[in-house]
Design a protein around this ligand. Structure first.
Ligand code: NAD
Length: 362
């Protein structure tokens, strides 16, 4: 491709800034426009980056009519499906922020739009670009653990309700589950190779968000959730996530295998906001038997604390996929299972009993 990649940004709130900063570091990329439903917001966003001649829109279709090579969809969760589908149907490749959507139906519609159009749809789980996250996956994929039959994924924040659009159901759909829970799910399930979930039994609560001692303002989502998820191949996942609690961490992440076990300590439970799996990784230990003895091996970690670099890598990977005409770096074929679990957790915690997960043919 001789000329520059032409990229647009849909939704110019908080995270759009990280997308913009990443794209602006790329010499082969040009920003051709941005849109936001709030009048003036896309203009101010572009001006903030000195892009005073780049057009702004309140109507996404007008941005899509410029035929960008790709767009970052950075709207709040309840608008991911609408914006991603419109872009795909306009023939535009999409990097959609995480979580993929709110409901499984929305994720199915997005996946179908990808299949119909053949355009790239990638979901923005940037922690995957961390060297330690990759190492965890590599260890498990090497077969060192044997058959993995149980995963516990913990973490969570002691005090970390983000506020803003994240705490309103009409914008975010769900609370800590969609904000940071989806990362915990991706960290665990990408490591073992996403399998098909079949049942979910979940609980969600909002004791901190609804208590003015911990949060002031309107709040109608979850701040804590836990679930037991069964997969078609027999794997069981014990999942917990919190935005706020009277505890330092909901535990380490544990992979139990027939040959060895892997413990990934909570990223940083000493820091109120540090315990989520959104880029950080604690110490990593392998447990196994060696010459008849039970041994514990501390795996040396790669020093990295540059979450912003992960962000650049995810945007770069999207651009490279456009240049190379695919494949999607983080495809719906994996993330639809992440979304099916989130959907199952929403339904099960509302129904107060286990629910089946049925994923329609795409
Ligand atoms: N990957 C990460 O590290 C990370 C971090 C924070 C947020 N996020 C994700 O990014 C998304 C946005 O989060 P945020 O903090 O930027 O939210 P935000 O509320 O600050 O920004 C969202 C923007 O989208 C606009 N918008 C809504 N619907 C639109 C539509 N149909 N068309 C155009 N614009 C529309 C809103 O007006 C708002 O300006 C969420 O899905 C969130 O989960 C990801």
């Amino acid at each position: 491709m001789g000329s520059k990649l032409r990229i647009g940004i849909i939704g110019t709130g908080g995270i759009a800034h990280n997308h913009m900063r990443s794209y602006l570091q790329m010499e082969d990329v040009e920003i051709i426009g941005a849109s936001d439903i709030i009048p003036g917001k896309a203009r101010a966003f572009l001006d903030e980056f000195g892009l005073t001649n780049v057009p702004d829109f309140t109507d996404n279709d007008k941005l899509l009519a410029l035929k960008p090579d790709g767009v970052s969809v950075c709207t709040y969760n309840t608008q991911h499906d609408v914006c991603a589908i419109a872009a795909l149907k306009a023939g535009v490749n999409v990097l959609c922020e995480k979580p993929m959507s709110v409901t499984l139906d929305q994720a199915v519609a997005m996946s179908r739009a990808q299949v119909e159009t053949g355009k790239i749809l990638t979901i923005g789980f940037q922690p995957r670009y961390g060297a330690n996250m990759r190492m965890i996956r590599d260890i498990i994929q090497s077969g060192a653990l044997g058959h993995v039959y149980y995963i516990q994924t913990g973490g969570g924040r002691r005090r970390g309700i983000p506020g803003r659009t994240f705490v309103h159901k009409k914008y975010a759909g769900v609370g800590c589950l969609a904000d940071i829970g989806c990362y915990g799910l991706d960290m665990a399930l990408n490591s073992v190779g996403y399998g098909k979930p079949v049942t979910v039994s979940a609980y969600a609560s909002d004791y901190f968000g609804k208590n003015p001692r911990y949060y002031r303002g309107e709040f109608d989502v979850d701040d804590f959730t836990c679930a037991l998820v069964r997969f078609e191949d027999g794997l069981v996942l014990d999942f917990r996530m919190s935005w706020a609690m009277h505890m330092d961490t909901m535990g380490d992440t544990l992979f139990l295998g027939t040959e060895a076990g892997l413990k990934v300590k909570s990223p940083n439970p000493d820091v109120n906001w540090g315990g989520a799996w959104d880029g950080g990784v604690g110490d990593i230990y392998l447990y196994k038997d060696e010459v008849g003895k039970q041994v514990e091996i501390k795996i040396p970690k790669v020093e990295e604390d540059n979450k912003k670099n992960f962000f650049f890598l995810k945007c770069r990977d999207f651009c490279d996929a456009i240049i190379n005409n695919g494949p999607s770096p983080i495809p719906w074929q994996q993330i639809i299972y992440n979304q099916a679990i989130i959907d199952g957790i929403i339904r099960s915690s509302a129904a107060k009993h286990e629910v089946d997960v049925v994923i329609p043919e795409i």
